[in-house]
Structure formats: structure tokens, C-alpha cells
Ligand binder design. Structure first.
Ligand code: ADP
Ligand code: MG
Length: 702
């Protein structure tokens, strides 16, 4: 019987070294075929140290700073004990001129045949001690023949992500058996000349070396190629999308003159801050162009982003077109609606609010008005994305994301029905500063504007850190404020009581109601209530029918309740810095001085550092930087939120330098071959679309 030739798609079951029945264990780890196997990269490497003699090793094992991960030795089998016990334990003694050590094998009764006394073996395993005796458990063994001890340099052994049913050693041996055949089948998607220019290994070499490095440098060169590859692919995607926006798509070029500018500004009951003026100018420039704007507006809570958004929408309306604004929740949509309606009172702008709770008749009416152009400005929730909604001539879309990331693929709003290449200008607003590395990757196609100034006359919220023992005083103060007609939030980490020692909404509410806040109107709010109930509670709170809201972090999202002056955050060290800052932003939005009290007994340095950072500064950007510093970059990279597949090899911000190079190259590349249609880019294009096509919305590019 002839065997079918091995290909990258050859099933795992058909690869050498995979016993029948083992295929499932591989599949559970996502390894179905040879290609998947090659993509299963080592999590780390162990360095196997070859020791001159047993006595050498004996001298250092047990001292944790010196004990090597793996030790390799050559010696002679001195004695063997027969297999015994349920696990077929086999014991042997290995010796050289300097001493002896014990070899112990479990579940490998067959190995006894290879351990004849007098045989010279090279053994390699993790050294340890048992009853004081030097020992290697389940070492790998090879016949050593007559070779001398020091003939091989230190070895790097890849350690693979493994599972309960299949261990790293097994994975390693299966990979090693197919590695040469596998890498020979790999076709590189990067042109050879480019790889040479950038000193990148070929794809085949990179995979070979990452699985079978000879020296440490091999790992870093292999990693360089694979990480750079990932960064380059993403940057090419981002640049392609940018090119698509610039060259294929159109947006209405709005006319902007001094007169219009002044008329719009006259609508605001305040003078714009310098930062708002700067941003309005940046946006105005974008809107005058037929290239669709794709801009991110960053500004701390309360920095006045809404006015900037309104400016852009009014410019569209002045031009005889429409504007739309999308908010993450119904209550926020309504809040924007009423604030904007107030500013537009006695103007001719026709404005509506569209949410899921509009009646069918209302929805019909609004749909008709948007389609005919009778409605100039619509504010709503995701309900605006309903396919029944057709605009007559939509020129500006605002997306108020609050602090949530997630820029990809949301507003599929078209300017007009049937005009595929006509899209509105888009402005995304966020209160969360985005670290630079992130803004270069996922958000790489966004222009960024920043409002780094607060409207005048707003005193920052006072933040105090108190120990748990002092919380009685805190609630007395809150009660005092309630008596004066003010309101407050109390935030705890979890919804239900558990044995993790975390305060929960239910118990804490009862404690407050029976104790320090008895007589106050207290309500609960948390993420398990449905959206309707949450909105209903928020409405009653806004209308002053509730004094104190005991809640989880659901209240983070930006509702404006000027009369809420106090927020108490229990076990505050359990929350992230950015989160604490968002929570603090819930108060101090009215005339009274805002107060934020952090109640905590931090047990870690890190927890204490966060309490200090948040009490020290009120500047969201500095807090974000501090957060990055304290938490490390891993979590912040934000691929999860953005819908992009996480990197397998690249790491940010460590690989920032490579990212910058990849970005530069990608820009140049796309300039020369925008859709990667040249034959030598064919494979690259396919791999790019497969990796990022969906997340970057490159579907209609393909
Ligand atoms: P955010 O950036 O958090 O969305 P808002 O747009 O809601 O902030 O503005 C917060 C408050 O500041 C609102 O009450 C708004 O009317 C007010 N405001 C905005 N800009 C100014 C300004 N230039 N001068 C005075 N008040 C302003
Ligand atoms: Mg806002």
C-alpha cells in the first residue's frame, strides 16, 4: 500500500508518532492538521545544562537559585530494580566516576529493557531530590556509546502549551517528527527581496527554528520574523482600509465659512474652551473634504465633547443635510436629546430621538422623516442601525462610545440609500485615553483629537481615601448630604454574597438601610437587571425619587445627574484605576462640590499605589498612563475589545520598534499596490484578508 504524500492539510491522526485515539486530544487543542501543528508555538524554552559529572549536579540541586530546569549527564547503569506497583515504577542507578544518581520511571515498564547494567546512557531530565538522594524522574534516555561528556553544547528544549490528556513532551515529539517535511511545504507570503532587505528569516526557517532552536539567538530571530509578520499584516490591512476610505469612498464636502461658524457657536450657552476650539477647527477641516472623516475624539468625562459633536452635526444641517448621534444606552440618548434640544430651542432644526422603546407608530414617523429629509438631526441607540432606516442625506455621524473601545464595524450607516460609495463623516467620542501602541494598531486608521481642558468653573471632585474602620463617618456624611437634598452612589464589587470576602449589592444595601442610612430611599442597581429596569431606576434616581443607589460598576457609563454629589466606593482596591476614574466622574456635575470616597484596606503594594494615584490626580490621561505602568501592557492592548484576533507572537509595547517599521513599510507598499493585486502579492493578500478582513471591514475591498 502506498502512503499519500504528507501535506499541510494532512490530518493529525495520519502524522508519524500520533497513536490511534490520540487525534482527539490534539483536536481539543485546536490542532487538526499539520499546519495547525506547526502553528502551535512553544510557550517557553528550557535550557538543558550538560553537567561535567554527577557530583557537580549533586552540589547545586536543592539550591533553588542554582537548580537547572533540565540536566543532561552521561553515565553507566549500575543497577536496575524490576518494575513494581500499579504504575509500573522502574528504578535504576546511574553512575560515573564522581558519584551516583537515581533514575525513576513511571508508566514505562518497557523501558527496563534499555537499562541493562553496564550500558552507557545520556540521560536528561528535571533534577530533584527524594529522601536526600539526587534523582531524575522520567528522564529522556539515549545510548551514549563511547562519546565524551562535553561534546554537545547546552540545548534548548521547547515547552508547549499542553492539556490534561496530552503533555508537552508528546507534542514536542510529534512536532519534531514532522517538522522537516512540514516547513518544506510552507510557501512564504513575503517576497524574498523584502525579507532580505529587512533581514527577516524565510517563513520555513522561522518555523523550523522556533520549534528546534540550536541556540538562544535562533529563537529571537524566528520570533522576530513571526512577530514582524503579524504586525505587518495588520498594518497592511489598516493601510488598505485607509486607502479604501480615501480613494473609493466619498462623503459630502461641507461648506464652512466664518458666518456659519459664528452662527453655530452662538447656539451654545457658553464660550468654547481653547481645547474645544482647536478640536472644532480640526473637525471643520475634515468636513470640508470629500474624504470621509474617521476621527476619534478623546476627552475626559465632563470635558465637553457633546458641544463639539453638535458643532459637527449643525455644520451638516447648515449645508442642508442630516446629522445622527448614537449613544450606548437609551438613557444617554435621551440625555443628549434633551441637552441638545435645549440648545436648539427656537431654531428651525428638527430633532428626534429614536430608541427601542419608541412605539411602532413613532418609529414609522421618524423613519419617514429621515427618509424624506424632514428630520435634520436624530439621536438614538443602536436602534439607528435598523435596516429600515434610510437617510435622505446623512453627512455626519457621531458615536458616543463613552469609555468603551470597539471601533470596528459599527456604524454601517449610509448617507443615502443605494449609493454604495457615499458614506457619512464619522466621529467617535471616548472618555478613555488610548495608549499610543493601541492607537497605532487597531485604531491605525483613525485621526485623533484630544480635549485636554475642562470647562471653566468646574471644581474637580474631591477624592478621599479612608480605611474600612472609618466608613461609619463616611456614611454619616452621606446621610448629611441626603438630608440637604443631595443624592449619592455607593459602589461595591459584586452582586451576590459569596465567600470571597467581597461586599455585595444585596447585603450592603440591607446593612445601610438598617444602619447608617435608615430612613433614606435606597435602591439597587446591577448588571443582572434588564436594561429596561435599569433605565427605569436611573430615571427615578434622576427625578429625585431615590436618595442613594447601591450599585456595581454598571453606573460607570456616563449618565449626568447633577444632584448626585457623592460616590462611596467600597473595597476600592478591587477596582482598576481607569474604572475608579470613570466612577468618580459620575459626581460633581452640578453646582455642589463633588466628593468621592474610596473605602479600602489594601493588602498589596499595587492596591495601595492605585489608591494613591487616584487621590493624587484628576487627569484621565495621567491616570491611563499610570494604569499602564501598574498593570503592565498585556491587558491594555485591547485586541479583545476591538474584535481583532490577538497576536500570537508579537507583544506590545515591547515590539513597538518593529511596529513602527511595519507601519512605514505597509504605507509604502499600499501606495504602490493598493489592493495587493500584483502576482507576487497574491498569497499575502489572501492571508491578509483571512486574518483581518472581517474585523477591519475589508469585505467590500476584496
Ligand atoms: P463629556 O465630554 O463628558 O461628554 P459634556 O459634553 O456632557 O461632557 O459636558 C459636560 C458639561 O459641561 C455639560 O453640562 C456642558 O453643558 C458643559 N460645558 C461644555 N462645554 C463647556 C464650556 N466651554 N463652558 C462651560 N460649560 C461647558
Ligand atoms: Mg458625554
Amino acid at each position: 500500500m502506498t502512503q499519500a504524500p504528507v501535506e499541510l492539510t494532512t490530518l493529525i491522526d495520519d502524522l508519524p508518532g500520533v497513536a490511534s485515539g490520540q487525534g482527539d486530544a490534539f483536536r481539543q487543542m485546536g490542532i487538526r492538521c499539520l499546519a495547525d501543528l506547526l502553528l502551535h508555538l512553544p510557550a517557553r524554552y528550557e535550557r538543558s545544562q550538560q553537567h561535567a559529572c554527577i557530583a557537580d549536579l549533586d552540589a547545586i540541586v536543592g539550591d533553588t537559585t542554582e537548580t537547572p530546569d533540565l540536566a543532561t549527564l552521561v553515565g553507566e547503569i549500575a543497577s536496575v530494580k524490576p518494575a513494581f506497583g500499579r504504575r509500573g515504577k522502574v528504578e535504576a542507578v546511574l553512575e560515573d566516576e564522581s558519584g551516583q544518581l537515581q533514575l525513576v520511571f513511571f508508566n514505562q515498564a518497557w523501558i527496563r529493557n534499555r537499562l541493562q547494567p553496564g550500558r552507557r546512557l545520556r540521560v536528561s531530565g528535571r533534577p530533584g531530590r527524594f529522601s536526600g538522594r539526587l534523582q531524575l524522574v522520567n528522564p529522556r534516555i539515549e545510548n551514549a556509546g563511547e562519546e565524551t561528556v562535553m561534546d554537545e553544547p547546552d540545548q534548548l528544549l521547547p515547552v508547549y502549551p499542553a492539556s490534561e490528556s496530552i503533555n508537552s513532551t508528546k507534542i514536542r515529539s510529534v512536532i519534531q517528527s514532522s517538522l522537516d517535511i512540514g516547513v518544506a511545504l510552507l510557501v512564504d507570503h513575503l517576497p524574498e527581496a523584502y525579507c532580505q532587505e529587512r533581514e527577516l528569516l524565510s517563513l520555513a526557517d522561522a518555523y523550523r527554528l522556533i520549534h528546534k532552536p540550536v541556540q538562544g539567538e535562533d529563537v529571537s530571530r524566528a520570533r522576530h520574523r513571526l512577530a514582524f509578520d503579524e504586525l505587518l499584516l495588520l498594518q497592511l490591512g489598516v493601510m488598505m482600509k485607509r486607502h479604501h476610505r480615501h480613494e473609493t469612498l466619498n462623503a459630502p464636502a461641507l461648506s464652512l465659512d466664518e458666518e456659519r461658524h459664528r452662527r453655530i457657536l452662538a447656539r451654545f450657552p457658553f464660550t468654547l474652551t481653547a481645547a474645544q476650539k482647536r478640536v472644532v477647527h480640526e473637525i471643520g477641516k475634515d468636513l470640508e473634504c470629500p474624504v470621509p472623516m474617521n476621527r476619534l475624539l478623546q476627552g475626559d468625562v465632563g470635558s465637553g465633547k457633546t458641544a463639539v459633536a453638535l458643532y459637527a452635526m449643525l455644520l451638516a444641517i447648515a449645508d442642508g443635510r442630516q446629522g445622527a448621534m448614537m449613544a450606548p444606552t437609551e438613557i444617554l440618548a435621551e440625555q443628549h436629546h434633551s441637552a441638545i434640544r435645549d440648545m436648539l430651542e427656537d431654531s428651525r432644526v428638527r430633532i428626534e430621538v429614536l430608541t427601542a422603546s419608541c412605539s411602532t407608530a413613532e418609529k414609522r414617523r421618524i423613519e419617514a422623516g429621515l427618509a424624506s429629509g424632514d428630520i435634520d438631526l436624530v439621536i438614538g441607540t443602536h436602534a439607528l442601525l435598523n435596516e429600515n432606516i434610510q437617510f435622505n442625506d446623512l453627512a455626519v455621524v457621531i458615536i458616543d462610545e463613552q469609555h468603551r473601545f470597539g471601533v470596528q464595524q459599527r456604524a454601517l450607516l449610509r448617507s443615502r440609500r443605494d449609493e454604495v460609495h457615499q458614506v457619512p463623516h464619522q466621529l467617535v467620542m471616548t472618555a478613555t485615553p488610548i495608549p499610543r501602541t493601541l492607537s497605532l494598531t487597531v485604531f491605525g486608521d483613525l485621526e485623533v483629537s484630544v480635549i485636554d481642558e475642562r470647562p471653566p468653573g468646574r471644581s474637580p471632585v474631591i477624592t478621599r481615601f479612608v480605611r474600612g474602620d472609618d466608613s461609619k463617618r463616611v456614611y454619616e456624611h452621606l446621610r448629611d448630604r441626603v438630608t440637604k437634598g443631595q443624592q449619592g452612589f455607593v459602589v461595591v464589587p459584586v452582586i451576590d454574597a459569596s465567600d470571597h470576602g467581597l461586599k455585595d449589592v444585596h447585603t450592603h444595601r440591607d446593612r445601610l438601610a438598617e444602619g447608617p442610612l435608615s430612613g433614606c430611599r435606597i435602591e439597587m442597581m446591577h448588571g443582572r437587571l434588564d436594561a429596561e429596569t435599569r433605565d427605569e431606576i436611573m430615571n427615578r434616581f434622576r427625578d429625585g425619587q431615590i436618595d442613594v443607589l447601591v450599585a456595581t460598576t454598571v453606573i460607570e457609563v456616563g449618565i449626568d445627574i447633577p444632584n448626585a454629589t457623592t460616590i462611596v466606593i467600597e473595597q476600592a482596591d478591587r477596582f482598576g484605576l481607569a474604572q475608579l476614574h470613570q466612577l468618580r466622574g459620575r459626581v460633581g456635575r452640578g453646582d455642589h462640590q463633588g466628593l468621592c470616597v474610596l473605602v479600602a484596606d489594601p493588602v498589596t503594594d499595587d492596591g495601595m499605589a492605585r489608591m494613591e494615584a487616584i487621590t493624587e490626580t484628576d487627569d484621565g490621561f495621567r491616570i491611563a498612563e499610570k494604569d499602564l505602568e501598574l498593570r503592565g501592557p498585556g491587558e491594555l492592548f485591547g485586541a479583545r475589545q476591538s474584535g481583532l484576533a490577538p497576536f500570537r507572537v508579537a507583544r506590545l509595547p515591547e515590539d513597538l520598534q518593529w511596529l513602527l517599521v511595519a507601519r512605514k513599510d505597509a504605507a509604502l507598499w499600499i501606495e504602490q499596490d493598493p489592493w495587493l493585486t500584483e502576482p507576487e502579492h497574491g498569497l499575502l493578500r489572501r492571508r491578509l484578508l483571512k486574518a483581518h478582513g472581517d474585523a477591519l471591514g475589508l469585505g467590500d475591498v476584496g
